[in-house]
Write a protein that binds this ligand. Structure first.
Ligand code: ADP
Length: 261
């Protein structure tokens, strides 16, 4: 009996030690992660100031305020303007991600009705859907429990995901927003499309910032490759999880969970 007691004591000590080691490692991860997001934040701010000035000068030149420019020069100045806009979109995206990741964006959590939200998004996105001839289906049961989320941030999630779905779904396709309870605590939401899909190889890289699949759509339409990173951070800030499943040439589903009210 005594032997057994000693063995148990030893095991408990070991568990305690391992738990301490683990929590020390976790603390270190938190410190490093905060340093990373402080760094991104500082860099983004530093980049923004000179960029604003570049854009300011380019606009003055483009507007002909210093005299009419020769056509060739005007074309170049317009390019500077356009690329400055792209860069500023990138910097703002990075700032957004680092702010959310480091908890500097306050999440105003409130009870939200997903059916309501999806229907008003359907109204708002009706014109681009119609332009592209894609059908929009809301598959959310009435009486689904409300979720606990920040309205503005959740709208950003939907607009990003549905915006992508419209972009990557050829005419005649269908986009579905569905929601179901997963268990007592969480609701699962899915944004699916019947679009071009993503290969297994590219799917693995989609978690990385700035990654955009090399395809015909992306060659024509500009993007930052930061939208999905932002979506993932927003969902994680709500204690939810984000996942993607896709089949090349068949379509994709972007799923996330949110806590019930
Ligand atoms: P962006 O749209 O600015 O390129 P995102 O982070 O939103 O950035 O998306 C990253 C990449 O993921 C896209 O460039 C595209 O290659 C792929 N992607 C996103 N949504 C879809 C979708 N619904 N169908 C197919 N590919 C998608």
């Amino acid at each position: 009996f005594e032997e057994q007691w000693h063995a148990q004591q030893e095991l408990e000590n070991k568990i305690q030690l391992r738990t301490k080691e683990l929590s020390a490692a976790l603390e270190e991860i938190k410190v490093v992660s905060k340093r990373k997001s402080d760094f991104i934040n500082a860099v983004s701010h530093e980049l923004r100031t000179p960029l604003t000035s570049i854009k300011g000068y380019a606009s003055i030149l483009a507007a002909g305020k210093l005299g009419e420019l020769p056509a060739a020069a005007k074309e170049r100045v317009e390019k500077i303007n356009k690329h400055s806009d792209n860069l500023s979109e990138l910097i703002n995206g990075l700032l957004d991600i680092s702010r959310i990741e480091s908890g500097r964006v306050e999440m105003k959590l409130e009870p939200l009705d997903l059916l309501n939200m999806a229907q008003s998004l359907a109204d708002m996105l009706a014109p681009p859907m119609k332009d592209k001839n894609v059908e929009f289906v809301v598959d959310i049961p009435e009486g689904l429990p409300q979720v606990r989320a920040d309205k503005g941030q959740l709208e950003r999630v939907f607009i990003n995901l549905i915006g992508n779905a419209i972009k990557f779904t050829p005419p005649g396709g269908k986009i579905t927003v569905a929601a179901r309870p997963v268990d007592n605590a969480m609701i699962q939401v899915g944004v699916s499309d019947t679009g071009i899909g993503i290969s297994e190889h590219d799917l693995k890289k989609l978690g990385e910032e700035f990654f955009r699949v090399d395809n015909d759509v992306n060659a024509k339409v500009k993007g930052t490759g930061l939208g999905l990173s932002l979506v993932k951070r927003i969902i994680e800030a709500h204690q939810g999880t984000f996942s993607i499943s896709s089949q090349l040439n068949h379509g994709s589903t972007f799923s996330f969970t949110l806590p019930k009210m």
